[in-house]
Ligand binder design. Structure first.
Ligand code: GTP
Ligand code: MG
Length: 449
């Protein structure tokens, strides 16, 4: 996935990050190459032009950081712009609470992967504890209803479709209405409507979809697009959005030789987020779309990017001194830890962070088992559930406070205990690091100093 665009960018960013001097001329040269790489990846021309112009302006206007070289800094600018192009933050489904029915409409062109994606979403939502009903509103192909029925059976969720006796006498909107009645009777709280595709957008399809949309009043109307269709996917999504407002996009077949054009064009053309990517044919092959991770995969420069990020955060020597003093004086608080956790979140994947840490090479696999991204979110939630006082002085957090914090964060008390232990250990370790000259150099390097 994204191999070819990543390959083109690899050469550009590698060369750039070795540059100690950056001039208008080599900015222009690199931007020319980036432009070619993006066009080859089938990114929409208007999107590419805007990207290049903005990156140039930013590069020329940016203050030079003391602790990284200008080439590295330029790579970071490109990375930030790319994250923006991909939509900045992840965007999951917006559903109502469990006591109300949330309807999700799935639409898109023929063969885009709608039916498969409907089943994948059902699987995910079932795992989240929702009671899911799949509804076959595709009356175009006789086999379509059966296909969804089989998938519903595999996932283990409810199914509703037209009867054989209704052949030719019903409409997608009528099926949808009946399905909603059934959902109410049988207390389903999440209803997914799979609809028919067409080769091209036509009036009949749009009319049909509008009628279904009116009947179900969905909280999400998800446009399913085949990522292999490149920037074409963005144009079609825009048309669907004009006619029947969509709330988000799922890009399928991201596991295949996709060049990236769809992912990089959709957000700026349609202004709707990509919520998930399909990464295979199995029902579990649906991943949240993380713009930061995709951008790092394309640029392949995770270490340089985080180095610049840290350097930006600690731009002056004073900041570094302050942190060092905090550690020395045991003033490193849970609030500081929270900030560290947030930095980790911002950087994207745990893998990359591990690769960056000195002495971690080779040990990454073992550690990965212990920390994962969910864990990071839990930790953030735990610290956020503490009062200001507690964050400043962890020693006051006794058993009843721990219980309250666990409740507030929606986690088990064991996790609160574990976090506090880890925090204590980190404080000691950091102090030790400061005493050891070699380790100190490493720590400073990590901070981009
Ligand atoms: N590799 C891969 N294949 C996928 C993915 N999503 C769907 N497919 C395949 O794409 C083909 C079409 O998928 P469907 O879900 O039937 O597509 P559809 O949009 O419902 O098609 P129509 O109902 O005919 O419009 C199937 O062979 C799927 O297995 C994906 O994320 N990765
Ligand atoms: Mg289908």
């Amino acid at each position: 996935m994204l191999e070819s665009i990543a390959k083109s960018f690899e050469d550009i960013t590698k060369r750039l990050s070795g540059n100690n001097k950056i001039t208008d001329k080599n900015i222009q040269e690199s931007l020319d190459e980036i432009q070619i790489a993006m066009l080859e990846a089938d990114v929409n021309l208007r999107v590419v032009r805007r990207f290049i112009n903005n990156a140039r302006k930013e590069a020329q206007g940016e203050e030079v950081l003391r602790s990284v070289n200008p080439g590295q800094q330029f790579v970071k600018i490109i990375y930030d712009r790319m994250v923006k192009l991909l939509g900045s933050d992840e965007a999951e489904l917006k559903l109502k609470g469990p006591d109300t029915i949330s309807s999700i409409l799935i639409l898109g062109l023929q063969g885009a992967g709608k039916t498969t994606t409907t089943a994948k979403l059902a699987h995910k939502l079932k795992e989240d504890g929702r009671n899911v009903l799949l509804v076959a509103c595709d009356l175009q192909r006789p086999a379509a209803v059966e296909q969804l029925k089989v998938l519903a059976g595999q996932v283990g969720v409810g199914f509703f479709g037209p009867d054989d006796s209704e052949n030719g006498k019903t409409s997608p909107a009528k099926v949808a209405e009946k399905a909603l009645k059934l959902a109410k009777q049988e207390s389903y709280n999440t209803v997914l409507f799979d609809t028919a595709g067409r080769l091209h957008i036509d009036e009949e399809l749009m009319g049909e979809l509008e009628a279904v949309k009116k009947a179900v009043n969905p909280v999400e109307s998800i446009f399913v697009a085949d990522s292999m269709t490149g920037q074409g996917a963005a144009d079609v999504a825009a048309e669907f959005n004009d006619k029947i407002e969509i709330s988000g996009v799922i890009l399928t077949k991201f596991d295949s030789e996709t060049r990236g054009g769809a992912a990089l064009s959709i957000q700026s053309i349609v202004k709707k987020p990509i919520k998930y990517i399909g990464v295979g044919e199995k029902i579990s092959d649906l991943d949240t779309f993380y713009p930061q991770r995709i951008a790092s995969r394309i640029l392949g420069m995770g270490d340089v990017i985080s180095l610049v990020e840290k350097a930006r955060e600690l731009t002056t020597e004073k900041d570094a001194e302050r942190l060092e003093k905090k550690i020395r004086n045991k003033e490193f608080t849970l609030q500081d830890m929270l900030e560290q956790i947030r930095q980790m979140k911002k950087m994207g994947s745990v893998d990359q962070i591990l690769e960056l840490m000195p002495g971690m090479t080779g040990k990454a696999e073992a550690i990965k088992d212990r920390i994962n991204d969910k864990d990071i979110s839990h930790k953030e939630a735990i610290i956020l559930s503490m009062t200001k006082q507690e964050k400043q002085n962890y020693k006051i957090i006794g058993p009843s406070r721990r219980r309250r914090i666990a409740n507030g964060a929606g986690v088990n008390i064991v996790m609160v205990n574990r976090l506090l232990k880890e925090f204590e250990k980190n404080r000691i370790m950091m102090r030790k690091m400061l005493k050891n000259k070699g380790m100190q150099a490493n720590l400073m390097k990590q901070m981009g100093l």
